[in-house]
Ligand binder design. Structure first.
Ligand SMILES: Nc1ncnc2c1ncn2[C@@H]1O[C@H](COP(=O)(O)OP(=O)(O)O)[C@@H](O)[C@H]1O
Ligand SMILES: [Mg+2]
Length: 377
């Protein structure tokens, strides 16, 4: 298994503007590393530069100990899975799976052995003689996966491999890919625009915007302490609510657009600039009750309600912004209701309005754990 190191990586397709700017990151051996960001932010470009399919404009790439900028794709010893699977339509499933082994001149017996092993692992044994067109989307996806695994390359690169699948199959394949990666111990670089995949699959993720790295961290680090409002709203669904505001009266009073002023009760040990942005996660907003302090109660008018079975999502306008709150359980709330809400200011994030920098993270949440005796690992 191998690590990957990228130092000050740049890419320009036209010698004018850079679509990847100064990206630096390290991927550990055996790690599941997710590149996530909106469409067009440079994820595939970075992946293709690691693969050797795209020239590096500036910067350094190391695969294992070896500088890899100028290595050919095959010298980099990695396998790749694309969104469109890129299966050969005229070849059978089996031939598709072992195609790369032919090219690498792996002996026939070994090819067969590896093919059956991986087919077993991915439940493709009964389909080995079919053509790709005779398979469902999920099965085709598995063939693409099998072809990558059979190569036994220490690094696997995947570019949005699940985007063509329906929601249920996607959820299933998320778990499957993660388990296979674990059991083989491969180093995985996985590209997606889907924050759910990044949260659920990655050991760590790197969030990108306009070719620039916004944050690298474990899913919970990124969720709990987003570096800026972009990350805060990109990771998490529904997104973190963000509101512009001002701090007045020498850090004593916070005024959010569309809300009554709030007296800050605590010294947060940070000097806040006058103009800030406040962020609060939907699950940190509650229905106010008699116990809520009067200055932490806000009356809002319900704009939309979605009952998700176990949770109820309620949205309302604060100033001109739509906010979301997530309530546990099933609630009789209808559009147009005026309801009292409250939230604890210890649970808000505060960002600098100018630079976007995180000045105060929400208070850390409780991480639940089982008693030691209850777990065997
Ligand atoms: N071969 C290419 N030639 C010119 N521009 C490209 C090429 N490939 C990608 N781009 C541009 O580079 C930017 C990043 O693209 P890409 O890496 O494909 O983004 P993502 O995978 O995050 O959606 C986009 O603006 C895209 O239009
Ligand atoms: Mg892409």
């Amino acid at each position: 298994m191998k690590s990957i190191q990228v130092k000050n990586l740049y890419k320009s397709y036209n010698q004018e503007n850079f679509v990847v700017k100064d990206a630096s990151f390290q991927i550990e051996e055996g790690e599941f590393f997710v590149l996530v960001g909106p469409s067009g932010c440079g994820k595939s470009t970075i992946l293709r530069m690691i693969a050797g399919l795209e020239e590096i404009s500036k910067g350094e790439l190391y695969i294992g100990e070896r500088k890899a900028n100028l290595l050919s794709p095959s010298e980099r010893e990695l396998s790749m899975v694309f969104q469109n699977y890129a299966l050969y339509p005229h070849l059978s499933v089996k031939e598709n799976i072992i195609f790369g082994l032919h090219v690498k001149k792996v002996p026939k017996k070994e090819r067969e052995l590896r093919c059956y092993e991986v087919a077993e692992m991915l439940q493709l044994t009964n389909y080995l003689h079919r053509k790709p067109r005779e398979l469902s989307g999920g099965q085709r996806q598995r063939v693409a996966l099998a072809r990558a695994i059979v190569s036994r390359a220490p690094i696997c690169l995947m570019d949005e491999p699940l985007s063509n699948l329906d929601a249920k199959l996607r959820a299933h394949m998320r778990a499957e890919i993660k388990q296979i990666q674990r059991s083989l111990g491969i180093t995985m670089v996985y590209v997606t625009h889907d924050q759910t995949e990044a949260m659920t699959m990655g050991d760590r993720m790197m969030v990108l915007k306009d070719g620039e790295v916004q944050q690298v961290g474990t899913p919970l680090q990124v969720y709990n302490k987003p570096n800026n409002p972009f990350v805060a709203t990109f990771i998490g669904n529904p997104p973190m609510n963000i509101q512009n505001g001002t701090i007045r009266g020498g850090e004593r009073e916070l005024v959010l657009e569309g809300m009554k002023p709030y007296k800050l009760k605590q010294d947060y040990g940070v000097h806040f600039p006058e103009r800030i942005m406040v962020g609060i996660r939907p699950e940190s907003i509650h229905l106010a009750n008699e116990n809520s302090a009067a200055d932490e109660r806000y009356i809002v008018e319900v704009k939309n309600v979605e009952i998700l079975g176990n949770d109820t999502l309620v949205s309302f306008l604060v100033g001109t912004k739509e906010w979301f709150m997530r309530l546990n359980g099933q609630w009789y709330i209808t559009i147009g209701d005026r309801i009292p809400i409250s939230f604890d200011f210890n649970h808000v994030a505060i960002f600098d309005e100018g630079t976007g920098e995180l000045l105060k993270a929400p208070e850390s949440r409780e991480m639940f754990s089982l008693r030691k005796e209850a777990v065997s690992r």
